[in-house]
Design a protein around this ligand. Structure first.
Ligand code: SF4
Length: 391
């Protein structure tokens, strides 16, 4: 049976660079030559990548089960530009009839007409970067939109016919208190999106937020408050009918993000666009990050790869475990054994025994998962588990 494929499309442009963001994105005038050339290059990139052969099979022969436009801000592009990219996808790949086709969107970069045009192009899932329903917090976060604009974007998505909408919210923000976080959550619950992603603010190296933080000019909630915010959200959203299926993600039944599940199951995907990562045939590689260089290389037919690594079974098992333990369903030990030919119970014997004893991991028959109480420290638990790997 032919294995379906997932496709990620990176749109590396935004109208404004938020001070906390370290994504591969650049501020450009909407109709600049670079934006136009990047869109053309993405189309050519898709065409060329579709003809690549992985494990003896041409990629275009594999139907697409999920497509995800991320960034940056995909809705920064005009509908004509989004149409150009979707046309390239449709002419070089076959989309499964029930393919999930998602796009990230910023509250200020789309209205009902644009969302309706995106629906007509085949997009059936939207992820809106709301971050907070509080203008003071949005300003402190250096976001470019208001609470009213976020609500309007959500209503526009509904009016355009989107029945699968995610809202991104952030916690641990400058000046954010527990009551302010609760208020944002309540507003989100009231809107009733199918999916909610909750992210704790992290201070990334090289960002303006890092400089402010180092200079003592960011007032952030303490670690204990951040953990309380997370635990409160987990309890409140569960009560509101959401399933907590991944450490940062909640959905109504049947609305887990299928594209992101591909990442968490460490399955194969193709990434196109500047800086996009692909994972195919046991290799992971990254494309040229800078849009100008990416465009040039695509035009010249040069190799786009700037970094690559081959994940052999021990590392691939580590990675699959690392990603899979983010899921509340945990990982199937026998599925890992069958896939990599290595027994996780032997490879991580010391770590599993110790962490289970400490109540941080749980083993129920074939399933290994992070315990409820260890959720806020999932990363630490996973690092300790992987460090216990037998050579
Ligand atoms: S809109 Fe999103 S991708 Fe763009 S700069 Fe802000 S956080 Fe980064």
């Amino acid at each position: 049976m032919i294995k379906p494929l997932s496709l990620y499309v990176h749109i590396p442009f935004c109208v404004h660079h938020c001070a906390y963001c370290d994504f591969n994105t650049y501020v450009e005038p909407a109709q600049s030559v670079l934006v136009k050339e990047t869109v053309e290059a993405i189309g050519l990139d898709i065409a060329k990548a579709s003809q690549e052969r992985v494990a003896g099979q041409v990629l275009s022969e594999r139907p697409l089960a999920t497509v995800y436009f991320g960034g940056g801000t995909p809705t920064f592009l005009s509908i004509e530009q989004l149409t150009e990219i979707m046309a390239a996808i449709r002419s070089h790949f076959h989309l499964l009839p029930d393919a999930e086709i998602s796009s990230e969107a910023n509250p200020t970069s789309a209205d009902v007409a644009k969302f309706a045009a995106m629906r007509a192009l085949g997009f059936n899932r939207l992820s809106i970067g709301v971050q907070a329903f509080d203008n003071g917090l949005l300003t402190a976060l250096d976001r470019f939109h208001t609470t009213t604009e976020a609500v309007h974007a959500y209503q526009a998505a509904r009016a355009a016919g989107f029945t699968n909408v995610n809202l991104d919210l952030m916690f641990g923000l400058p000046n954010q208190t527990l009551p302010l976080w609760k208020a944002s959550l309540e507003q989100a619950i009231q809107l009733a999106p199918e999916h909610l992603s909750l992210y704790a603010l992290t201070i990334e190296p090289g960002t303006r937020f890092e400089r402010l933080h180092v200079g003592g000019r960011l007032v952030l909630p303490d670690d204990e408050t951040v953990v309380t915010m997370y635990e409160y959200a987990q309890q409140r959203l569960t009560q509101a009918g959401y399933i907590h299926y991944e450490i940062s993600n909640f959905s109504l039944p049947g609305f887990a993000c299928r594209h992101n599940l591909v990442y968490w199951h460490n399955e194969e995907y193709l990434g196109v666009g500047p800086g996009a990562v692909s994972y195919l045939g046991g290799w992971r590689w990254k494309r040229e990050r800078l849009p100008k260089r990416y465009v040039q290389k695509v035009k010249n037919g040069e190799n786009l790869c700037v970094e690559e690594e081959c994940l052999a079974p021990p590392e691939a098992l580590d990675e699959t475990l690392l990603l899979g333990l983010r899921l509340r369903a945990g990982v199937s030990l026998h599925a890992l054994r069958d896939r990599f030919g290595l027994d996780p119970l032997e490879r991580y014997k010391r770590g599993i025994e110790k962490l289970v004893q400490q109540g941080l991991l749980e083993q129920h028959g074939d399933i290994l998962r992070v315990s409820d109480r260890a959720l806020p420290i999932t990363d630490t638990v996973i690092v300790e588990l992987l460090a216990s790997a037998e050579a």
